[in-house]
Design a protein around this ligand. Structure first.
Ligand SMILES: Cc1cc2nc3c(=O)[nH]c(=O)nc-3n(C[C@H](O)[C@H](O)[C@H](O)COP(=O)(O)OP(=O)(O)OC[C@H]3O[C@@H](n4cnc5c(N)ncnc54)[C@H](O)[C@@H]3O)c2cc1C
Length: 496
């Protein structure tokens, strides 16, 4: 197969967020782009509905902020965090020059806005069809094959670069990456109509016993609610599920939203999506690259997916605009550089998402995290800047992650009984177990690798101390039980 007859500089698989915005950025800056999308009808899904301020910034950097206009997008100014009867408000960062804001919207509407825009660009050709394979040999990918929706015929597109943006259930991921995917949990989605939100214009994270519940505005008078279920328990519509939502979960939700929540449960329009973890582990092959969920996925808890994709589009797009697309070496080097930058730009967003999910699933760390953020602006300011993705410093993330764990330790060893010491060590151990693999999957530099070695050592020591504390606790309670039994015997003898 050769690579003649090049009509396009880039061909893209999928016109979702990643493929659509990449086409927009490259197309409006003079590259010739073909995009093949299998489903042009507007979807009514539960993914991608809160764009963090860091993602809004990326759209602005590419001069594409108009894509979130005219879709009834709602301004989001921060978060409300709930635990039991307590609640705290965490506003997004602001300074003299800027107030950072996110946007809540219907993903389908956002994607339609992107597709309408690229169809208006002279340099972009949007085709409805299903991509069936790459055009490739062992060394190189030369373009793609697709089945045209209208004619049903197989067609070919040749281009120096093929970008696979085929989303969460990507077929092309396996061809360009060594990553395997893991399902961490499921999200059940509902739409609350005209809810009374405790913090209007804010996202809401409710830390329930069974897992986190999220709520954020997505249109005028509409709020998305996502309810987390563990990976062992994929929710299916049934009388048991409805009873659980109405009788159990409802008790843990803020009172204000209960009427609209009960209505949404009665309406029963449930949608379920898995929360997947896919680390970015691309294999380099000439002429092709992965972008968006096909490259990398993290837990949706922090709403980071679109921000990561937009960051990558800006990074890859800028590099591509600087090179001659027919210079094979320059193109190969560009793809390599883009993958390197993917980690340095997005590691914090990725690590935070899965680390925070790990924290809120651990009853002790969850309380420690809430109490830590409750201490005031000096404590929550940097964590919220990480969550909003306007701050991407790994050191800031590590600082606060361990501060939360040690804050919990301090609380436990105020009364240093063996059991409390054991709990404290367990907490640090679990924190390290959550963080280490996530860090390792983000292409750590030498310094971070060194730090991870130290934490691995700490983990071993912690394990030993925990075991000792646990066995000491067991011994103490064994002895206590023996004393109790003997006391009982003596009492009954005396009574006899
Ligand atoms: C429950 C849940 C909630 C989430 N909430 C948020 C959130 O609030 N904020 C946030 O930032 N992120 C969120 N995310 C993540 C976010 O939705 C994704 O990161 C983002 O949508 C990825 O965009 P994409 O373009 O890679 O994939 P998609 O938008 O899924 O696009 C893939 C496109 O490829 C097309 N396609 C697939 N195969 C082919 C083929 N063979 N031929 C042609 N076309 C094809 C599909 O039809 C689709 O249009 C959430 C994820 C989940 C699971």
């Amino acid at each position: 197969m050769n690579n003649t007859n090049k009509e396009f500089d880039v061909c893209i698989i999928g016109a979702g967020l990643a493929g659509g915005v990449l086409a927009a950025y490259l197309g409006k800056n003079g590259k010739k782009v073909a995009v093949v999308e299998k489903m042009m009808i507007e979807q009514d899904g539960i993914i991608g509905e809160l764009l963090q301020p860091g993602g809004v910034e990326k759209l602005c950097d590419m001069e594409l902020e108009h894509l979130v206009e005219g879709i009834d997008a709602q301004k989001v100014k921060g978060y409300g965090l709930f635990l039991g009867k307590e609640r705290i408000q965490l506003n997004y960062p602001q300074n003299a020059a800027k107030v950072y804001e996110g946007r809540g919207f219907r993903y389908g509407k956002f994607i339609s806005s992107i597709r309408n825009y690229i169809q208006s660009l002279e340099n972009v050709t949007l085709i409805e069809g299903t991509v069936t394979d790459f055009i490739e040999d062992d060394q190189h990918i030369y373009g793609l094959k697709y089945k045209d929706k209208k004619t049903g015929e197989e067609q070919y597109i040749h281009a120096p670069l093929t970008v696979a943006c085929d989303g969460a259930f990507s077929f092309f991921r396996q061809k360009l990456s060594d990553a395997t995917h893991t399902i961490n949990s499921y999200f059940l989605g509902l739409v609350l109509k005209n809810p009374q939100l405790p913090y209007p214009d804010h996202g809401h994270v409710i830390l329930c016993d069974s897992g986190p519940v999220l709520a954020y505005p997505i249109a005028t008078g509409e709020c998305r609610m996502l309810i987390s279920f563990p990976e062992t328990n994929m929710p299916k519509k049934s009388p048991e599920l409805i009873a659980y939502l109405k009788n159990e979960l409802a008790k843990e939700l803020p009172e204000e939203i209960l009427p609209s929540y009960m209505d949404a449960v009665d309406e029963g329009k449930f949608k379920v999506m898995p929360a997947q973890y896919v680390p970015a582990q691309p294999k380099l092959k000439k002429g092709a690259v992965l972008l968006g969920d096909s490259l990398n996925m993290r837990h949706p808890l922090t709403g980071g997916g679109m921000t990561v994709a937009l960051t990558d589009i800006h990074s890859l797009g800028r590099l591509l605009l600087q090179i001659d697309m027919n210079n094979e070496k320059a193109l190969f080097d560009t793809v390599h550089e883009y993958y390197e930058k993917h980690h340095s730009n997005n590691a914090t967003v990725n690590i935070l998402a899965d680390a925070l999910y790990g924290v809120v699933q651990d009853p002790q760390l969850k309380v420690a995290c809430f109490e830590y953020l409750k201490k005031g602006e000096n404590y929550y300011k940097e964590p919220i800047s990480l969550l909003s993705a306007v701050n991407r410093e790994r050191t800031t993330l590590l600082k606060h992650f361990f501060s939360v764990a040690f804050f919990g330790v301090n609380d436990n060893i105020k009364f240093p009984t063996p059991s409390n010491v054991g709990k404290a060590f367990n907490m640090v151990k679990h924190a390290l177990e959550i963080l280490n693999p996530l860090m390792l999957n983000e292409n750590p530099d030498m310094v971070t690798k060194g730090a991870l070695k130290v934490t691995e050592g700490a983990l071993k020591v912690t394990n030993t101390v925990t075991k000792t504390a646990n066995s000491f606790t067991d011994k103490v309670s064994e002895n206590a039980n023996m004393i109790k039994r003997n006391a009982k015997k003596i009492t009954s003898k005396v009574l006899d």
